[in-house]
Design a protein around this ligand. Sequence first.
Ligand SMILES: Nc1ncnc2c1ncn2[C@@H]1O[C@H](COP(=O)(O)OP(=O)(O)OP(=O)(O)O)[C@@H](O)[C@H]1O
Ligand SMILES: Cc1cn([C@H]2C[C@H](O)[C@@H](COP(=O)(O)O)O2)c(=O)[nH]c1=O
Length: 210
Amino acid sequence: MGILVAIEGLDGAGKNTIVGRIREQAQHRGITLETVAFPSYGRHVTADIAAEALHGRHGDLSQSAYAMAMLFALDRREAADDLRAALARNDLLLCDRYVASNAAYSAARLHQGPDGEVVDWVGDLEFGRFGLPLPAHQLLLGVPPEIAIDRAAGRAAADATRAKDAYERDADLQSRVWRAYLDLARVQWMSPWTVADGDDAVEQVLALVA
Ligand SMILES: Nc1ncnc2c1ncn2[C@@H]1O[C@H](COP(=O)(O)OP(=O)(O)OP(=O)(O)O)[C@@H](O)[C@H]1O
Ligand SMILES: Cc1cn([C@H]2C[C@H](O)[C@@H](COP(=O)(O)O)O2)c(=O)[nH]c1=O
């Protein structure tokens, strides 16, 4: 039975890049690993509708923080059996975004803290009612908004399929999400957290299964 580790961070922080580096190092070290990214674009309709809403479709759907969080939560609920199976056959299951993304973005949208109503609602819904596995560890990529926003802009300029969505275009929201993530890490929401980047992030994750 393996462990689930969630990689969290801002849009453009470099989560996908770090996950790739951890995968490469895990292979060298004989650690069995699977990775999964949320939202599950192209696999679950809930994820695709959420993305479409953040690109201006589906009327006023994206205006509701709770409606958006519910779509992201239902996307993970559909993946729950696959997550448990991946945990059973690997040392490490690495999630590029997990439940804490919902907690951080929802809290930031609603101007609430880590002890606010929406963070409790996300935890109760996803870990309680939906029975999603708790992460053994949550790693927040220590990349602040001014850097993450630049990286997301560079990516959008280089790749027409990565145009910025409503969350990525909102610099104030990104700053509040950063604060929300730091708060979740400070209170060690749901499981142990660390904040790291680059080689430190890679080594911290691999040390959990060494
Ligand atoms: N350490 C780094 N230094 C400079 N650029 C980086 C670094 N890590 C990632 N990038 C670049 O920043 C951009 C965003 O990286 P990436 O796609 O890994 O971020 P992400 O956190 O997965 O983003 P999102 O959540 O928005 O999908 C990419 O163009 C990537 O090449
Ligand atoms: C999984 C998840 C994501 N979000 C937010 C975070 C991003 O701004 C968008 C889309 O995610 P991507 O990594 O940029 O593709 O959705 C969220 O609010 N809640 C979640 O659970």
